[in-house]
Design a protein around this ligand. Structure first.
Ligand code: UDP
Length: 489
């Protein structure tokens, strides 16, 4: 018998790879477990990410020039989206026609919020905001929105929240650990944030890459309130994580990736510290030398993904060492003299990229020194690997507080107040603390295994569409079109 086409959802991504990876995984799950068809729309060439998007239907919206904007305006991605709306509208129309099914919903990365009016107001479908970070971030936004509602319209001043802020029973956040955007209400970024929050009110809800165990009380509050009882500060948040592509992706392929995994195969079980700072974390030359010395001094095995150091001095000036042209493309040349030889056999250093999900789930991997990007945190938890938290930018300090204080799966490194550097002794001591059983290692590994179980359970629950709280029945109803909810294996 002829089957009617599956309801179709379109997912809009912003350019960062840390946004694209989990959104692509969400699309895969909507197709595999929820009986939907999905198209991922990028605002760059999707061919550039063919591995991440493999097995998915993808389309791209032409990049629009912003050159005519006045010089004093620093365009950001939201300007790009705003200008792309006519192209996006045309693309949505052609996707709908070619799929033969009406559009069920538009899901967009939280930086794509300028496309929200296309959903509810114009096309009459629910618009969901994909949040690649945590519910705590939304709770923080909610607090700021509630405090500053109407300020801009009234020409009033924005106000800061108390410092520290008790965000929930389990999370007290110092202002210094808040994402930079939230730290100072007199800065233009703060205004932008409040503006984003206002736009978000038109959304049907947030789909958050997180799960209960990572959020504790702040999450329970967000999750259990039925929509009708929510205040109207922000729409409801539904947790859909952890969005980790078990088994890795084709992007992970290649000889260098195979070499990493092969090296791990030859290491004893639970013996290796994996060190990586996501797609954007850069160390200064000095910090790189301290990290090398710290790993060497710890005496433990390690797998370190090295990048070119950031060649900015502390005041943002280019450093003189940039003149050494021979060093420009070779991150290894920035390692201390003799480091590779001295650590040969117990340390592997790879340039630029490792197959992270596979590395974390390898039996030899015991701990993860991480910048606490939220994907890295989810991946580490899905693999049951405790972390050493070394937050660098964006909302990573807040993530580090959640991982160390709320969830109890990470040790946080302390920077030296005088220059912000994490010294070698601090790094070596943290590695030993986590790796050696008689210290904190055993307890933290146990806790990480508990969280791993909770992550697996959260994923399994979301695959069972029917049960209460499963992927949030309400959001699914919307995604399927009213009344079309059903169980899909
Ligand atoms: N990643 C990887 N190999 C690397 C570095 C990063 O596969 O060497 C992946 C990682 O698994 C994660 C993403 O890139 O899915 C980085 O996201 P995260 O939120 O951790 O950090 P961001 O790059 O956004 O700062």
């Amino acid at each position: 018998a002829a089957t009617s086409p599956r309801p179709h959802v379109v997912l809009l991504t912003s350019p960062g790879i840390g946004h694209l990876i989990p959104l692509a995984e969400l699309a895969r799950r909507l197709v595999a477990h929820h009986g939907l068809a999905a198209t991922v729309v990028t605002f760059t060439d999707p061919g550039a990410h063919s591995g991440i998007l493999s097995s998915l239907r993808a389309a791209d919206v032409a990049v629009v020039s912003l050159d005519d904007l006045p010089a004093e305006i620093k365009p950001d991605f939201s300007d790009q989206i705003r200008r792309s709306i006519p192209h996006l509208r045309a693309l949505l129309h052609s996707i709908t026609v070619s799929s033969g099914a009406p559009l069920a919903a538009l899901i967009m990365d939280f930086f794509c919020y300028k496309a929200l009016p296309l959903a509810a107001a114009e096309l009459g479908v629910p618009g969901y905001i994909f949040c690649p970070t945590n519910v705590a971030f939304l709770a923080l936004l909610r607090c700021h929105m509630a405090l500053n509602d109407g300020s801009a319209a009234a020409g009033g001043e924005y106000r800061d929240l108390p410092d520290p802020l008790q965000l929930s029973d389990h999370l007290s956040l110092r202002r210094a650990d808040m994402p930079a955007w939230f730290q100072d209400c007199t800065k233009p970024d703060f205004e932008l944030l409040i503006d984003m929050g206002h736009h978000y009110r038109a959304a049907a809800g947030f789909l958050v890459n997180s799960f209960n165990e990572m959020e504790n009380a702040s999450a329970e509050e967000e999750e259990i309130k039925p929509a009708a009882e929510q205040d109207d500060v922000l729409p409801p948040a539904y947790m859909v994580g952890p969005l980790v592509r078990i088994g890795g992706s084709d992007e992970d392929g290649g000889a260098a990736a195979a070499a990493c995994l092969e090296w791990l195969d030859h290491q004893p079980e639970c013996s290796v510290v994996y060190v990586s700072f996501g797609s954007g974390g850069l160390l200064s030359v000095e910090q790189m030398a301290e990290l090398a010395a710290g790993l060497e001094g710890s005496g433990h095995r390690f797998l370190w993904v090295v990048r070119m150091p950031s060649l900015q001095g502390p005041d943002g000036m280019e450093m003189e060492s940039n003149n050494g042209h021979d060093k420009q493309d070779d991150p290894f040349s920035w390692l201390p003299d003799g480091f590779m030889a001295r650590t040969s056999g117990r340390g592997l250093v790879v340039a630029a990229w490792a197959p992270q999900v596979r590395v974390l789930s390898h039996p030899a991997t015991a701990a993860f020194v991480s910048h606490c990007g939220w994907n890295s945190a989810q991946e580490s938890m899905a693999a049951g690997v405790p972390m050493i938290a070394w937050p660098m930018y964006a909302e990573q300090r807040m993530n580090a507080v959640i991982l160390s204080d709320t969830v109890g799966v990470a040790l946080r490194l302390r920077e030296r107040p005088v220059d912000g550097l994490v010294p070698r002794e601090e790094i070596a001591a943290a590695v030993r603390e986590l790796m050696e059983e008689e210290k904190k290692g055993r307890a933290m590994r146990g806790r990480a295994r508990d969280v791993q179980e909770a992550a697996a359970e959260a994923g399994a629950t979301r695959r069972r569409v029917e049960g209460h709280g499963a992927w949030q029945a309400e959001a699914l109803d919307n995604l399927h079109g009213v009344g079309a909810r059903g169980v899909v294996a």
